[in-house]
Design a protein around this ligand. Structure first.
Ligand SMILES: [Ca+2]
Ligand SMILES: [Ca+2]
Ligand SMILES: [Ca+2]
Ligand SMILES: [Ca+2]
Length: 492
């Protein structure tokens, strides 16, 4: 009898019978006539507001399948009042979200239909209100009931990597299991229902170097001793599949570009064991003698090479400068060379890494040595006078042709070329003396007068003669000759 006073909403779900059964509470689905009248009175006087009495005939929800592709409107469910005896006195109405545009009700039968397909991911549920009224008087036969139509999920969204493609880097030689990065796919389907949004990750490309955790998407190193100097870049392709990875699930893929960062696991190596350098003996101190180079397969600081010269006489004559940009070592002259004293130098140079990584010291030593042989090249040098100054004295009125002294100059180069002497009269105004070109002896060429001039300056030129007879190198020395009381002297 109580049942007769209730409005029953029946639900048929197309997919699952479990959703079809009305959520019908026996105690709450009933409401006495008196109770109902009281409620109507309260409502009339605006006393109910939002604190509506929970009515037993209120149905929680209908279900409608999303993305329904059928040609006819999709049947959602049925409203029914027990007052409805099939004599057409009850009229069912709907109000709320989507009524008219999405949901329609057949007033006489209470059948609810969805006019178009719905997308759960766009709007997961609709709130509506149902009413049963007397078709003649328009008076409510049942209290208004609010319920929702829930859009039931289907697996129509594949997992997506929203931020891909990704990039990551790890040091080369990282141990197996080292964390690389974590990637996460999102699935727009309902995570609370079924497996539509349950994602499993797998690696499609990138084995055996890397692995992915099926649940978390964490990528780890899977192969030991990965060497940047062999391969620096890896492209890993990861798949995320819903339905727990099962057959029929939808999948999304993404790419992760993984770069190995350099560690210092290579020592510098000289390209050859001996470097031959040549330098002119006349080269100034500080000038470059030549370059050596040790190659290091690493990059950046790990490839920087520090050069040094092993202790010994090589180190006393030469320095080595390490160039950070070219990674070369430039041998620099530290002291003046003399071909006649020493014609070559041989010494060891060491190339070592400036920055060491203690984790990889067992791969060392991080240095290499090579031999440098410097050949000193002879340079034609002018003859050298035996003294820095000469002073000669003679009496005035000494007869012309009388020898008053001699100068000597010598070629100190290897050829020991003969030397010829001459007087450079361009430097001196008077012409009172002759010089023997071979012997270097000076003689008076005209009478000297002490009362006119007591001192004379003479510039003597010593010139090397080449083996082939021509003059090949000239050295000029300027001397002053002083004439003191019938004597003449020569000094610089
Ligand atoms: Ca869905
Ligand atoms: Ca899905
Ligand atoms: Ca290195
Ligand atoms: Ca390296």
């Amino acid at each position: 009898m109580l049942m007769g006073n209730c409005l029953l909403l029946f639900l048929w779900c197309l997919l699952d019978k479990s959703f079809v059964s009305p959520l019908h509470s026996s105690s709450q689905s009933r409401m006495g006539k008196e109770q109902y009248r009281n409620m109507l009175a309260l409502r009339k006087h605006g006393m109910m507001g939002v604190h509506r009495v929970k009515r037993g005939w209120v149905w929680n929800q209908f279900f409608v399948l999303e993305e329904y592709m059928g040609s006819d409107p999709q049947y959602v469910g049925k409203l029914h009042s027990d007052l409805d005896k099939g004599d057409s006195i009850v009229k069912y109405t709907l109000s709320g979200e989507g009524v008219g545009s999405i949901f329609t009700i057949e007033p006489s039968t209470g059948d609810i239909h969805a006019l178009r397909s719905l997308d759960r991911e766009e709007k997961p549920y609709y709130t509506l209100r149902a009413q049963a009224v007397d078709v003649l008087t328009g008076r409510p036969l049942e209290p208004e009931s609010e319920f929702i139509i829930k859009v039931q999920d289907i697996n129509d969204n594949e997992p997506r990597f929203l931020e891909g493609p990704y990039s990551a880097s790890i040091p080369e030689m990282s141990p197996v299991g080292s964390y690389v990065t974590q990637i996460t796919a999102t699935d727009a389907d309902d995570p609370t229902y079924g497996n539509s949004a349950r994602i499993v990750y797998s690696i499609l490309h990138g084995q055996p170097y890397f692995s992915v955790d099926p649940k978390t998407g964490i990528i780890r190193v899977a192969l030991p001793n990965m060497d940047r100097e062999v391969k620096e870049m890896y492209q890993v392709v990861i798949q995320a599949k819903d339905m727990g990875g099962q057959l029929g699930g939808l999948a999304g893929i993404t790419t992760i570009n993984i770069t190995l960062r350099d560690v210092n696991d290579n020592r510098p190596r000289f390209s050859k064991s001996i470097f031959h350098l040549r330098v002119l003996e006349s080269s100034p101190v500080g000038s470059s003698v030549g370059r050596v180079k040790a190659h290091d397969l690493d990059s950046g600081k790990n490839a920087e090479v520090q050069y040094s010269i092993a202790p010994g006489d090589g180190r006393s004559m030469f320095d080595i400068y390490s160039n950070k940009n070219t990674h070369e070592g430039t041998v620099i002259l530290k002291k003046r060379l003399d071909y006649e004293t020493r014609k070559s130098y041989t010494f060891k140079v060491e190339a070592s890494n400036a920055v060491l990584d203690h984790r990889f010291l067992h791969l060392g030593p991080f240095k290499d040595t090579a031999t440098v042989k410097v050949t000193v090249l002879d340079v034609e040098e002018p003859p050298v006078f035996s003294r820095l100054s000469y002073r000669m004295e003679t009496y005035e009125n000494t007869p012309v042709g009388i020898i008053i002294g001699a100068v000597t100059a010598e070629d100190q180069d290897v050829g020991y070329s003969p030397v010829r002497y001459s007087v450079d009269w361009r430097k001196d105004s008077e012409n009172h003396f002759d010089i023997d070109p071979v012997e270097g002896t000076l003689s008076v060429s005209e009478a000297l007068d002490r009362e006119r001039n007591t001192e004379h300056n003479v510039t003597v030129v010593a010139t090397k003669v080449s083996k082939y007879g021509g003059l090949c190198f000239t050295q000029m020395h300027r001397y002053n000759m002083t004439s003191l009381d019938n004597q003449a002297s020569l000094h610089p």
